[in-house]
Design a protein around this ligand. Structure first.
Ligand code: CA
Length: 240
């Protein structure tokens, strides 16, 4: 599994990035200070480092230099500073790419894939087991059963499923998922996300013969339900 180190002191941004990247099948460890990040890299060099430039203890540019002395994995900068001199200066120090915050999940995942492709041209596709006989392939965006039958997912459906898997048994709120998928806050009455979840739920139900589904958590969001009794398709309903 590809191991990412996310260096970010803002808990909300860290959570969003972790979800977005976990959704793509990456394992993500988070360090909230520069010191913690350096320790983490010394202990086990990650495959990719994602670094927020504004940390409480060590200046971002100084960290880039120190990371470069410790390992040569791809380094992606996450920053609210969108000015060209800052970008150029950090790239000059040895960062590989630059993502301006706030970011959309799909863009962040695409940047990580892109820096990884430069070092590993033949990336095997990730496979995430969903239950006894079903796996999710985020790279090819499909569900695959034991017989090899594939159910294609749209980009948005694939991101939603990945995020639900990354969240484990915890439900995800619309407020968290919506900005990552569509780049804007969710507002009451906005049905866009529900429509995509509805379609994804139908595909999951079909591919797993009703054993895997998405539960609506009233007034909150969604949770993945796996491995239990057949999911009631009528639970689709209107969550709010
Ligand atoms: Ca920060």
């Amino acid at each position: 599994m590809t191991d990412l180190l996310l260096v970010e002191d803002d808990a909300l941004t860290a959570r969003a990035a972790r979800l977005a990247l976990g959704a793509e099948g990456y394992s993500v460890r988070v360090a909230s200070t520069g010191r913690e990040a350096l320790d983490s890299v010394r202990t086990a060099p990650p495959d990719v480092i994602l670094l927020d430039l504004g940390l409480p203890d060590i200046d971002g540019a100084a960290l880039v230099t120190q990371f470069r002395q410790l390992c040569n994995c791809p380094l992606l900068i996450l920053s609210v500073r969108a000015d060209t001199p800052t970008k150029v200066a950090t790239l000059d120090l040895g960062a590989d790419d630059y993502v301006t915050k706030p970011f959309a999940a799909e863009e962040l995942a695409a940047r990580v894939r892109s820096v990884l492709r430069r070092v590993r041209p033949q990336l095997p596709s990730a496979r995430i087991p969903l239950g006894v006989d079903l796996e999710f392939d985020p790279e090819l965006r499909c569900l695959r059963d034991a017989a090899g039958n594939e159910t294609g997912l749209t980009a948005i459906e694939s991101m939603i499923l990945g995020m639900l898997i990354a969240a484990g048994s915890r439900p995800l709120s619309r407020q968290v998922i919506h900005p990552l998928l569509f780049g804007r806050e969710w507002s009451t009455g906005d049905r866009l996300l529900d429509v995509h979840v509805h379609n994804l739920r139908r595909k999951l139900n079909g591919a797993s013969e009703g054993r895997i589904g998405i539960t609506s958590v009233r007034g909150f969001g969604y949770a993945l339900s796996t491995g239990g009794a057949p999911v009631d398709p009528a639970a689709d309903g209107d969550p709010d």
